[in-house]
Design a protein around this ligand. Structure first.
Ligand SMILES: [Zn+2]
Length: 312
């Protein structure tokens, strides 16, 4: 399929795509080059995640970029659900996690063993990114594992698309004090797997993207970034999807967790502390259960089906 099959490339971007919020995701297509992509910026959302805990600069970089990446990786998914990124590392990085729902709610967390690093973090050679996609409609989940080669998160995410979906992908991620952001482009394949767009299109997109500076990605309006990079590529920009901090914790979920612990463990905690307090690490919400609440958690209700919980 050649260039002539495309509608005339657009050099202007429709006014309806303008956005005033600083937390957004724009999907876009580059018609001449035969590519699609997404641009994400997180301002208040990032500050909310960042404010949950103390982070040294290298840890904040890692968390902010992972948060932005979760929105980028969710962007091509058409069904209702959630995408999560979980880094598994055998070193002092105990936990790095971010997730994004189809309706644009994000959260994230990072945990480090001991004094926080002041220098850029070198991930262990054995570090793996687990990327999990949950389909809320079919109640199914898919998980892909990718190595973090060269300690570069963006390259690891590119590798994820190339391994799991055979999609050539380039990703740029950035963070400063108050913001994080990312830009992703992917080559579009037509029927039979052949690339859509002109012969040199993908090479051109990669070279143009490599000229993007982190300050441009974080500071310029999205329309300006895309025009600066791809003004000859026939940009089609979709309206912004708003993004926001959101946590899926709930009292019901905590009750499920307490049930899985078993009555004996709950009673032991009650006699030790008088009440059981559970703090959500993502949003700091606190759930408190006294003896009366715990009795209700374990009470058998008339309509309950028998539940078997296997403890490992
Ligand atoms: Zn929460």
């Amino acid at each position: 399929m050649g260039l002539r099959s495309w509608p005339r490339p657009l050099s202007t971007i429709c006014a309806s795509a303008m956005t005033t919020s600083n937390d957004f995701l724009h999907r876009f297509q580059l018609e001449r080059a035969g590519a699609r992509g997404a641009l994400v910026r997180l301002d208040e959302t990032w500050q909310r995640v960042h404010a949950n805990d103390e982070h040294s600069t290298p840890l904040a970089d890692l968390l902010g970029k992972t948060l932005a990446a979760s929105a980028l990786l969710m962007s091509p998914i058409k069904f209702a659900g959630r995408l999560s990124i979980h880094l598994r590392d055998s070193g002092p990085l105990r936990l790095l996690f971010a997730d994004c729902t189809h309706d644009g709610e994000l959260r994230g967390i990072v945990r480090w063993e001991g004094a926080q690093p002041k220098e850029p973090i070198q991930l262990a050679p054995s570090a793996r990114l687990a990327i999990t996609i949950e389909n809320a409609v079919t109640d199914t989940r898919y998980q892909g594992l990718v190595p973090v080669e060269g300690a570069d998160l963006a390259q690891a995410f590119e590798g994820y698309f190339e391994r799991s979906e055979q999609l050539s992908t380039r990703i740029v991620l950035a963070r400063n004090g108050d913001r994080c952001g990312g830009l992703m482009v992917q080559q579009i394949a037509g029927d039979g797997g052949a690339a859509i767009g002109d012969v040199d299109g993908w090479n051109r997109v990669c070279h143009l993207l490599a000229t993007l500076m982190p300050t441009e990605l974080l500071e310029l309006p999205p329309q300006q970034i895309l025009l600066r990079l791809f003004h000859e590529e026939g940009i089609r920009l979709q309206a912004a999807q708003p993004l926001a901090f959101g946590c899926t914790c709930s009292r019901e979920r905590v009750e499920d967790m307490l049930r899985a612990l078993g009555r004996g463990e709950n009673d032991a905690l009650l006699s030790e502390q008088g009440s059981i307090q559970v703090n959500c690490e993502f949003c700091n919400r606190r759930y408190v259960f006294d003896a009366h609440d715990i009795a209700a958690v374990f009470a058998v209700r008339p309509n309950d089906k028998p539940t078997i919980v296997t403890l490992h």
